[in-house]
Design a binder for this molecule. Sequence first.
Ligand code: ADP
Length: 637
Amino acid sequence: MLILLFVVVVVPTVCVLWFMTEAMRNQRLAVRQELTTLYRGQLVGLGQELRTFWERKQLALASMDPDTPAAELFAELVRSGVADSAIVYDSSGRVLHPPRPEPRTNDRTANSMEWLAAQELEFKRFDYAAAARAYARIAKDVNEPNVAARAFQAQARCLGKAGRKKTAVKVLTETLTQPRFRRALDLQGRLIAPSAQLMALQLMDDPELETYGRTADRLRAQLSDYSDPALTATQRRFLMKQFGALMPEAPAFTTLEALDLAFRYLESDPPPRRGGSLGSSELPGVWRLASQDGRLVAMFRERSVKAQAGSLIANLALPEDAVVAFSPPGTATQELSFASVSFEGILPGWRLTLHLPDQRLLDSAASEQIAAYLWTGILVIALIVVVAVVIARSVGRQMKLTQLKNNLIATVSHELKTPLASMRLLVDTLLEGHTHDEPRVREYLELIAKENVRLSRLIEHFLAFSRMERNKQTFERVEIQAQDIATAAAEAVNERFHSAHCRFDVNIEPNLPKIVGDADVLVTVMLNLLDNAYKYSEGDKHIVLRAYSENAHVCFEVQDNGIGLSHKAAKRVFQRFYQVDQSLSRGSGGVGLGLSIVQFIVKAHGGSVSVASQAGEGSTFTVKLPVPETEDRSDGP
Ligand code: ADP
């Protein structure tokens, strides 16, 4: 049975579980593979976009008009967003923009007597009013615009120091803005006009003034205008910074950061570059792309390179927590990247990688299919178990039946053999005619009759049992006097039980209520119990038959002082074919069916049978039969 269960349940269950885990694992792998292909495809697409983007930049560098002045080229590259900054070279590799500072120009006028006298008043005597007058005189006398402008600038400076700010501002904003001073330079080679505007703003220091706004606008326009080659990059950068410091709220100059970057780049003194790819520069975190002819070197901050890639990455349809990184050459890429794409050509060594920090996402993608597998598996296992239980039950029942039949056949043949053999022996002896003795013949015939009775009882038991097994036994349902049952049973055994070694007491309560049932079979029940009491008592027997009413029941009790039953045996005596001591029972013509027949009949009448016994102390069997309600009411207390 166990092996059968193992084969029917365990083996298929293990197989199903194995299939399930394999299917789930394969499903996960398949989903992973599918997603890898999908994401990789997206990364490749993104890589293509990035490459095209950078190739366009290269094209933009190549398409710049070589005749455009260097400063304008620079401004155009930065303002159009082609580059964060740029250096413009000439064809021989000399830097055109931002130009390196020119050496100071030496102007003879600076050493003229009047100029030296004015300077002495200003710097040694600190007589600013006199110095201002001296500078004004020089400005009026001289024809050369550079010198005149310088003198006016010095006059304004001294007026400012002397506290005559208004006059100073007037000189700066009215005189020095005249067209003839537009290209006037100071001794450092710087344009005087824009510096004068800045000084005017510093002196006014009141943004509410109308002159202030006008001056500021003029200066801003001039600083943003890269077409004037006279304004050097160094001066432009300086003035932009000063302007920014004066007006922190005003919008910043778009090219100031680019100028800063270009100057920093040139400080590292890099050699000119030519064409190719986005490579590292001498500055950390700054990448460089040169035009094919080497006239332009565009610069890109790493963060703007990444931000630009980021805007493309944002367009990808990826899981929420997926991290896509565009990393420069030399970055340690994470080992566990889910998919990655590397670049050649314009972006050598750059990599696009995709990470999925939460791999459970993959499982959840496969979860629907996995759940389907799981449920199928569970259903199949449940089905296997149900089928196995049904099979086990039916096989068990079949086995029990077979065992019962085998028992019956063995018992029947064994039990019939003994009385038949002794009867045959007695009949043979009588037939041979050796015995003429009348009493002996009678004794033999009595013996034969006794065996016959025993045989009939056996056959009756078997037939009753057989009917019971097939549930074919039907009982009459008529009203009977309960004491009639007890009296009939007592009478039937009376002769046998009244002997020298046996005492038989009958105790029947008067006026017992009526019960409903089959009188004959109920007498059989009592006879079975009385027979057993007789059979299983040794020596001096004392058997008591009682009948009394109790709690709407009629109770029949058979008590003996016989061998009794152990606690364990008492529990089993009503089972079919159960015998405590087979030799003892067989000797007295029993097959272990009597009590099971008793129980069957009593239950069929709606009653119960029980035993109270102890080994060696005798037994008491009690049959309780219900009294019908009407009867109970009429006869009850
Ligand atoms: P059997 O035909 O063997 O008597 P029963 O079904 O009548 O079969 O009884 C089953 C077994 O119960 C007997 O074999 C016997 O061992 C035990 N038994 C029945 N009645 C008594 C009793 N009054 N005292 C002791 N044992 C009993």
